[in-house]
Ligand binder design. Sequence first.
Ligand SMILES: [Zn+2]
Length: 333
Amino acid sequence: MINTQLPLVDLHRHLDGNIKPALIWELAQKYDIQLSASSLEELIPLAQIQDKTSDLLAFLKRLDYGISVLADVDACRQVAYANMQDAFNENLDYVELRFSPYYMAQPHNLNVAEVVAAVVDGVRQGETDFGVKANLIGILSRTFGVQACQQELEGLLAHKTDITALDLAGDEINYPAELFKGLFDKGRDAGWQVTVHAGEAAGPESIWNAIKLLGATRIGHCVAAIQDPTLMDYLADNNIGIESCPTSNYQTATVQDIPSHPMRQFFERGLPVTLNTDDPGVSAIDIQYEYDVAHRVIGFNEQQLAQIQRNGVEQAFLSDTEKKAMFERALTR
Ligand SMILES: [Zn+2]
């Protein structure tokens, strides 16, 4: 159900949520790190979601396995590089990889700015080796509080030109957008674009605040927008991109089941909705799987999926020239 005459992109993918169990196991052996599993077979059901979890925070706990093996910056570089290999294997033309350097630095007390440098390095090397274009989105992990996010922002700003956008992720309920306004002002001053996780665990007001206070031009998940017709109009009128990740939303219990995912209503209302994987390593999915779900379970037809594919390119943090070139390249294959 993927149209090969159109570019294939993934705009919402966490590189620190896409450390495959085999790589976690390999790094654990290399650095002699004790995991609560005595084999790769035992690790898989711990590090990957089986069916679903109770809520967003329970889901995010699963990412900790991958992070626990980041013993040094070489491991961070390797994980970033492996993400580019995955993008290539999934036939992606372009991927926006997001990551939280503070979160990645935590278990082994790494330097945040050095983690950023290693990730940039691994991704750029991957671009060269695999011929897939990537942009990086720096995440502020709200769960750690404002002070940690300040430190995280500084680490990202140390590599300002290698970062394309700023994001806010983590515990949306207990750490609302208003706490981070000053940090996002600085991010926008640095010339970065803004996308924010909102309307995933909290309601429509969280989406309003992401737009009005933090300057988001795209929203991660945005599921709660369906409850607020005024917001739906605003998203349409202002061409605010929606980064939908249906499997993730099911696994975090954000939606009860995938058939009731609001992506269809967003599409029918004419909102620029895009389809993405979120944490493919933890969710045990890839972009092909997500298009298949959108077709089989949500019921989008071929033409509608092609529009969703085009929306992904239009909403990418790329110049118009880059987007045009990507459309032209896809037509020649
Ligand atoms: Zn996400």
